[in-house]
Design a protein. Structure first.
Length: 589
């Protein structure tokens, strides 16, 4: 790939049509395929805007969920291919889309070097021939999809379970697998053996006669061990992981999967040191599994490694690529401030651009019971508080994608729903709790918000397609890194910033991404200790001490790393010493 970054998935709606905006320029992006209702409405909206015939797929159609997803992905591919064809047929004129394709490339790109050289050529047949060579070397950015593996709701028709093949994750995968795309599925949020095994049913995940994979698998992982376990499970089935996408545990957007104190730097170091060993082990398993299926390959497949979560400068981008021998980095949250690329409504966009550091925080707002990066000034947070004040906490549950609780009901319901919160509060009233404990429990119950609607509202508001009675409260989940960006940017500006052509953070004081993540983990440890104040078991004490030890070892690693680097090493070592002092003062008793 000519570009050395990708745009990860951003909630349900924020990057739902990002490929339509960036793929023709060679930039890969990821959309969520959780919400088939959103997907169907986006297909209708963009079909009309691009003069395509729209044939709706109603919920009465058998397997409607996977069919909606497949139809939308096929539509995206068709429109983007048409965009790309139009772009390539343009003349090389400064300011048009064709020239923009090349201007967006990093200075390290061979294609960019070729373009710069072509500009110096005198007019004539040689220049035209050179231009055609450049056109033929252009590639589209990939239209990749994300599935949260464990968000796999069981579905019912007339109170009858519709079967394992129709759970949410499996039907979403089927929609992708049966689409015309040649792209990747990013599997995140843990391992789902049922989903992983289901991939064996689709030929596009296996090498064709040219040893090419039409559908590829990317694992979003938080450490080396989990990456290897998941990849081995897949390799034994003849399924190859083409990329490990390492994400910071806390310095990222969306759901936060905190490690046991393992920091990003040491995790990347382990991948750097052990990736060849891992490749050899996986490839042997992969070959054996393929042979059992009657498939032989002569060429070793490629396996990329990338990182995302909290990257904020061109220096960090370049350092990560070079020092850890990575193939790419992911830039997510900063693109929420780029209206050309993502779907943030005007009010939320202005609030994000003017936000303070304290407006971004780690919350328990997600119904999944996983910590969630939240934004204090979101309209869904204001709505949540209003509903509590009116004595009607919770949300109407219309989409039911996050139903996972059977505490009070036979079929799972969502902990953000009004139904669940009413039942839970009633049970707390009957539990004879102290006033303090009762309020603590109530706060925990009512902190949950509806993400199914909240993470889609912004796109409906931006495109003016919200239905009259539809909830318009917006949930948004940027990573803490967004606090350093305080403006609304153009697409060209953000890409230029990533590649060091301009600096959007020129006068902003900002710690190195490794130190920022370290401090987030120290804060996380302190909060965890506070939660154990009245119930400190030996098991928990052992876990917290292990967590602290890992952070201490991470600090030692960073001390050695920053000492090796001459650029800004003194600043980073000083910041590191402050963090170490903070950690050393934490007493686990």
């Amino acid at each position: 790939m000519s570009h050395t970054f990708h745009i990860p998935v951003l909630g349900l709606g924020y990057s739902i049509d990002t490929p339509l905006k960036v793929s023709r320029y060679g930039i890969s992006s990821v959309l969520s395929i959780v919400d088939d209702e959103l997907i169907e409405r986006m297909r209708e909206y963009h079909s009309k805007n691009n003069f395509y015939k729209f044939l709706p797929i109603s919920k009465s159609v058998a397997d409607y969920r996977s069919k909606r997803i497949r139809a939308y992905l096929n539509f995206l591919q068709e429109v983007i291919n048409a965009q790309f064809k139009t772009l390539k047929n343009q003349e090389f004129v400064k300011g048009n889309d064709l020239s923009r394709y090349f201007e967006l490339l990093p200075e390290t790109s061979k294609l960019k070097h070729g373009y710069d050289l072509m500009l110096e050529y005198p007019e004539g047949e040689s220049k035209k021939a050179f231009q055609n060579v450049l056109r033929n070397a252009m590639k589209l950015g990939s239209i990749d999809v994300n599935i949260m593996a464990k968000v796999d709701k069981m579905n019912y028709i007339n109170d009858e379970y519709s079967g394992d093949l129709n759970t949410d994750a499996l039907s979403a995968l089927r929609g992708f697998a049966e689409s015309n795309l040649s792209a990747s599925v990013i599997l995140s949020a843990g391992m789902n053996p049922k989903l992983y095994s289901y991939m064996e049913n689709f030929k596009d995940f296996f090498p064709d006669e040219h040893e090419k994979l039409k559908k590829k698998i990317i694992l979003k992982v938080s450490d080396f061990r989990s990456a290897l376990i998941q990849a081995k499970f897949l390799a034994k089935k003849g399924l190859w992981v083409t990329e490990f996408r390492i994400e910071s545990g806390l310095n990222c957007g969306g759901h936060a999967f905190a490690t046991e104190g393992y920091l990003l730097g040491p995790i990347l170091e382990e991948f750097k040191v052990r990736k060849n060993e891992m490749f050899a082990e996986l490839f042997e398993m992969y070959q054996i599994a393929l042979a059992q299926k009657g498939i032989s390959i002569e060429t070793k497949p490629k396996q990329r490694i990338s990182v995302q979560g909290g990257i904020g400068t061109a220096e960090e981008h370049n350092f990560l690529l070079k020092y850890y021998n990575l193939d790419a980095t992911g830039w997510g949250s900063p693109f929420l401030l780029v209206p050309e690329v993502t779907n943030v409504d005007a009010e939320t966009l202005a609030n994000l651009a003017n936000a303070k550091h304290s407006d971004f925080y780690l919350s328990n707002a997600s119904p999944l019971g996983i910590q969630f990066n939240n934004f204090k000034n979101s309209t869904i947070e204001l709505q949540r508080i209003e509903r509590i004040e009116k004595g009607r906490p919770g949300s109407p549950c219309t989409k039911k994608y996050l139903c996972n609780n059977t505490e009070f009901t036979e079929q799972a319901i969502c902990t953000a729903s009004r139904a669940y919160q009413h039942l839970k509060i009633k049970s707390l009233k009957d539990a004879n709790l102290s006033v303090e404990e009762y309020q603590k429990q109530i706060n925990s119950v009512t902190e949950k918000v509806c993400l199914c609607e909240g993470l889609c509202s912004s796109v409906y508001l931006k495109y003016n397609m919200a239905k009259p009675k539809e909830n318009k409260a917006v949930a948004i989940c940027p990573g803490p890194n967004l606090a350093y960006f305080s403006d609304i940017y153009s697409f060209d500006e953000m890409v230029g910033h990533i590649y060091g052509k301009i600096n959007l953070l020129e006068h902003v004081e900002r710690p190195h991404l490794f130190i920022k993540e370290l401090n987030l983990y120290i804060d996380y440890l302190q909060e965890d200790i506070k939660k154990q104040f009245q119930n400190f078991s030996d098991k928990k004490r052992k876990q917290l001490n292990g967590f602290k030890l890992q952070l201490s070892e991470g600090i030692s690693y960073y001390k050695n790393l920053f000492s090796e680097l001459t650029d800004q090493a003194s600043v980073q070592l000083r910041e590191l010493a402050i963090s170490k002092g903070k950690l050393d003062n934490i007493v686990i008793e």
